[in-house]
Design a binder for this molecule. Structure first.
Ligand code: ADP
Ligand code: MG
Length: 680
């Protein structure tokens, strides 16, 4: 079975998918039939099989029986259809109706033993069926996949679409992992793993399928890395003859002295830039450790050597924050800095394009907008990618390709162990800022349970009374953005009620970026007392007066992420506090809360995180500091990543253009993934 390119057709090619649904799917990262197939459930509900006489009206249930009449299909309304038949269950007969799954007529015949899942209507003695579990003949109960969804695309809709994609596309899927590798590691074909991930017969089968799915996902990622590094193999580049005198002036202009770690790292970067090899360096350092300042030195170095520099960050808030900081540091030196994001107005954008092309802009800071085709540089010599795990390999490469082998500096605020960094990011030199600038007071951290909420409130009142501001953070805890938003809204209301007279405002990821920016500006200006937010990751802003952070349901975050959140405070001269509010049920959960409350070293926490992960989270959610994977967890599936890397390297070494017939499907899937990244 080889890949049929039709698998990559847009979701709108499927029946029942209009522009609105397509938009909703897009925000889940689903563009095509192929994407639907690989949008896996994050958990399964086990379906109960109950006798008819125990059913209540409206109950969701799985029923097993024998098809008693020929399925009859009729259409009604616009694009609506129904497949109906009678199902014999022991001595009873009920009516089964499937809506909008017309293909089922072909899959059903009289006498067939089936299981169906749906909602029971007691009065009509009928089942509104969602799902046919035709393959289920054994006695154990079924497994209902549960997907991460959003407001526009609800659970049932997504299930239907995925089943439709399976029905129409699965046979043309092909295989990402070549046959010989699949055999060696006993992995399922793409066809089998997709089926088993969506509709496993039991948890054991789901686990088995997941093993194959994780390998496949990591393998595709590592193939892209390997191809990229084989393309950049020579690593030859241009030496940057920067002006040391000017750089000395920049050092003197700072309101503080560079920390020893900053000096060391700046020297490492300058050494790379000075030679005729392309720099490939990853700078790791905690939030607030002073990476931005280091970036400014690299930028100014490139500019004094006659080159342009580009800094790409994942969100508009971060982009504008960096823009203001960097402009402030460099404008006295005659460096022209521009900001380019999705919300830059057309006229201004055109002007920026023009001035980047003619070289009158020295530095551009922006989001994905930087990799648009229209962005052309006169002489791009340095590319900096902040929070690089938030970008795809192809996105990074797209920016790099805008220069002639420019130096590349990636930065990340979540330190990860060296071995892991090298495995996940490929061939790269590492620089680390391990110590915060002198004079910072370490943040005092506490773990409190909800029964101690009074104490937490007391601390909040005391801080507010002293004129400080507070972050209240709630995690993304459910599969649905709607529910998460409701959680955050509920918290905002609760705090507004409990802290009368204080301004309590909600900031969340789904807001328009202009609204987000306005709220952050108000918070920075001290007009908001308590900022409730779903994901402070979005909030890069430095607000020294925000002295206290309370993280609700803290046990739902990973250690590294908690640490990164905490890094948003402690920027000022005063003592600051972080409270982790959580009632962890497991020993491991309790231990994690203790560790994060006791340790402020991000590197240590990253290692602890690595050690402790892997047990409970079968369907591990993405953790920050690392690229997001849908299925695999780099931490708990680390060994799989290593194998995938080695195999990918071997393949690319032997066949850098993927000419072999057995790599044709893989090639097509990689090309497709590049297309998706270019769109995102
Ligand atoms: P990061 O980008 O790593 O989060 P920043 O570069 O934004 O950190 O620095 C955080 C804060 O610390 C900024 O307000 C910055 O001006 C300040 N800072 C950076 N380096 C030093 C230093 N050596 N001494 C004192 N303050 C510093
Ligand atoms: Mg930063």
């Amino acid at each position: 079975m080889t890949l049929n390119e039709a698998i990559f057709r847009p979701v709108t090619a499927l029946k029942g998918v209009g522009a609105k649904t397509a938009e909703g799917l897009q925000s889940l990262g689903i563009y095509s039939v192929y994407d639907l197939l690989f949008y896996f459930p994050y958990r399964y509900d086990e379906l109960e099989n109950l006798p008819l006489d125990q059913l209540e009206d409206g109950q969701k249930v799985m029923l097993k029986g024998i098809v008693a009449t020929t399925p009859y299909q009729n259409y009604f309304g616009y694009h609506k259809s129904r497949v109906s038949f009678k199902l014999r269950i022991d001595h009873d007969v009920i009516m089964v109706n499937f809506f909008n799954q017309p293909w089922l007529t072909k899959q059903l015949s009289v006498g067939q033993e089936i299981a169906v899942y749906g909602k029971y209507d007691l009065r009509k003695q009928s089942l509104s069926a969602y799902k046919l579990l035709a393959s289920k003949k054994d006695d154990d109960d079924g497994m209902e996949p549960v997907y991460s969804v959003n407001r526009q695309v609800k659970q049932k809709k997504l299930q239907t679409l995925i089943d439709l994609a399976i029905a129409e596309g699965l046979s043309g899927l092909g295989n990402a992992v070549p046959d010989d590798l699949r055999e060696r590691y006993k992995l399922l074909s793409d066809h089998d793993l997709v089926l088993a991930m969506h509709h496993p017969k039991d948890l054991a089968q789901a686990k088995e399928a997941r093993r194959s799915a994780v390998f496949r996902e990591f393998f595709l990622f590592q193939m892209q890395l390997a191809l990229m590094s084989s393309k950049n193999k020579s690593h030859s580049g241009y030496p940057k003859k920067y002006d040391l005198e000017e750089i000395g002036k920049l050092t003197k202009s700072l309101p503080f002295e560079l920390s020893p770690d900053q000096k060391k790292v700046i020297n490492e970067i300058f050494a790379d830039m000075f030679v005729d090899r392309q720099m490939q360096r990853l700078l790791q350092g905690d939030v607030g450790s002073g990476k931005t300042v280091v970036a400014v030195f690299a930028i100014y170095g490139a500019v004094t050597a006659g080159y342009q520099a580009a800094l790409m960050v994942p969100t508009e808030i971060l982009a504008s924050q960096h823009f203001h900081k960097i402009t402030a540091m460099l404008e006295d030196f005659g460096v022209r800095v521009a900001l380019l994001t999705g919300s830059t107005k057309t006229l201004e954008r055109r002007e920026i394009y023009r001035e980047l092309a003619d070289g009158s802009i020295n530095v551009v800071i922006g989001t994905h907008a930087l990799i648009q085709e229209q962005v052309v540089f006169k002489k791009l010599g340095l590319v900096i990618i902040d929070e690089q795990h938030r970008f795809g390999v192809a996105q990074r490469q797209a920016l790099i390709n805008k220069g002639d082998r420019p130096d590349v500096l990636a930065m990340t605020a979540t330190p990860i162990p060296r071995s892991l960094a090298l495995t996940v990011y490929g061939d790269t030199a590492l620089s680390e800022i391990r110590h915060l600038p002198a004079g910072r007071k370490p943040i005092q951290s506490f773990w409190k349970t909800t029964s101690q909420l009074d104490e937490v409130y007391a601390l909040m009142r005391q801080q507010l009374a002293e004129g400080f501001q507070i972050y209240a953070v709630t995690p993304l805890i459910s599969e649905s953005e709607t529910v998460d938003l409701e959680n955050a809204e509920a918290l905002q209301e609760r705090l507004a009620g409990d802290f009368p007279g204080q301004t309590v405002v909600l900031l969340h990821g789904k807001m328009a970026s202009s609204d987000k920016e306005e709220i952050m500006d108000r918070f920075a200006a001290g007009e908001i007392d308590i900022l409730v937010t779903t994901s402070v990751i979005e909030v890069g802003v430095d607000v020294p007066n925000a002295n206290l952070m309370v993280i609700f349901d803290a046990d739902r975050f990973g250690l590294s992420q908690l640490h990164q959140l905490r890094g948003r405070i402690g920027r000022g001269q005063t003592q600051s506090y972080c409270v982790f509010l959580a009632d962890p049920k497991t020993e491991a959960g309790k231990k994690r809360m203790k560790i994060v409350a006791e340790t402020t070293d991000g590197f240590k926490l990253a290692e602890e995180d690595l050690k402790m992960r892997g047990e409970g989270d079968l369907f591990g959610k993405a953790q920050s500091g690392l690229p997001e994977f849908r299925t695999g967890s780099i931490v708990s599936d680390y060994q799989v990543m290593v194998v995938a890397r080695d195999e990918a390297k071997r393949i690319v070494q032997a066949d850098p253009d993927l000419k072999a017939e057995k790599l044709a499907d893989l090639q097509a899937m990689i090309e497709y993934s590049k297309l998706v990244q270019a769109r995102a």
